[in-house]
Design a protein around this ligand. Structure first.
Ligand SMILES: C[S@@+](CC[C@H](N)C(=O)[O-])C[C@H]1O[C@@H](n2cnc3c(N)ncnc32)[C@H](O)[C@@H]1O
Length: 208
C-alpha cells in the first residue's frame, strides 16, 4: 500500500493506483493484483537503504518509487528528490515529493552539473538509478555518467543501481561487466520475489 499524494485521505482507489503505476512506467502482468506486483518488484530495494538522508531517484517518473521507499523503509528518515526528462512526470512527482520535504526537477542525467541550478541538492546520502535497458557499461560514456553520478554522493553515501531485466542472468552479466571495468561494487542483492537485481557503490567516509 502507498498513500503517495493521498496523505490523510485514506488509501488510493483501485483506479488511482492503476494510474500511479502507469505514471511510473510499471506495467503489471494481467491476472495478479497490480499493486501487489509493484510491491514484489520494488520493495526489495529498501533492503539496500542503509542510512537516513537525502535520496535522489535518477529517472523518478511520477515519484512513486520514492514515496514507496519512504513507506518501505520505516527505520530511515528519507527526504526524496527526483529528476526526469519528462515534464509531465516531473509535474506529477513534485507535489508528493514536496510534501515530504523534497522536490522533483526536469533534468537529464547527462546534466547533473546543473542540479543546483534547478534547485536540487548537489550531494546525496543515497542515489538510486534504475539502469535503463539502453545502457551498456561497455560504452565509456555510460561509465563516465556512472562516475559522475557517484561524485554526487556525500561521504559515506551509497549509489544503488537497479537492474530490471526480465532475465536475471542478463542483470547479473551487466553487474559483472561493471566490476570488470574496475567499478568497486560494495554489495549486490537479488529480489527474492522476482528477476530484479541491485548492485551498490559506497562512497568512502572522510576518515577512511
Ligand atoms: C522505468 S521509469 C523508472 C521509475 C522509477 N525510478 C523506478 O525505478 O521504478 C524510467 C524513467 O527514467 C526516465 N529517464 C529516461 N532517460 C532519462 C535520462 N537520460 N535522464 C533522466 N531521466 C530519464 C524516464 O522518463 C522514466 O520516467
Amino acid at each position: 500500500m502507498n498513500d503517495h499524494d493521498h496523505q490523510g485521505e485514506g488509501p488510493p482507489s483501485l483506479e488511482a493506483r492503476r494510474s500511479l503505476l502507469e505514471g511510473s512506467d510499471f506495467h503489471p502482468e494481467p491476472g495478479q493484483e497490480a499493486w501487489e506486483q509493484w510491491h514484489q518488484a520494488r520493495a526489495f530495494i529498501a533492503d539496500a537503504i542503509n542510512q537516513d538522508g537525502d535520496v535522489l531517484d535518477v529517472g523518478c517518473a511520477n515519484g512513486l518509487l520514492l514515496t514507496s521507499l519512504i513507506q518501505w523503509s520505516p527505520d530511515h528518515q528519507l527526504v526524496p528528490y527526483g529528476i526526469d526528462t519528462r515534464a509531465d512526470r516531473v509535474k506529477e512527482a513534485d507535489g508528493p515529493l514536496a510534501s515530504r520535504g523534497g522536490r522533483a526537477a526536469l533534468l537529464p542525467m547527462a546534466e547533473l552539473a546543473r542540479l543546483g541550478e534547478v534547485g536540487l541538492p548537489e550531494a546525496y546520502d543515497l542515489i538510486y538509478w534504475n539502469v535503463w535497458d539502453n545502457v551498456s557499461f561497455a560504452e565509456p560514456v555510460w561509465r563516465e555518467r556512472l562516475a559522475e553520478l557517484a561524485s554526487h554522493l556525500k561521504p559515506g553515501g551509497r549509489l544503488i543501481l537497479g537492474f530490471y531485466d526480465s532475465d536475471p542472468h542478463q542483470s547479473s552479466a551487466r553487474i559483472i561487466r561493471l566490476a570488470e571495468h574496475g567499478v568497486q561494487i560494495a554489495g549486490t542483492h537479488k529480489n527474492p520475489a522476482g528477476p530484479e537485481r541491485l548492485a551498490w557503490i559506497d562512497a568512502p567516509n572522510h576518515s577512511s
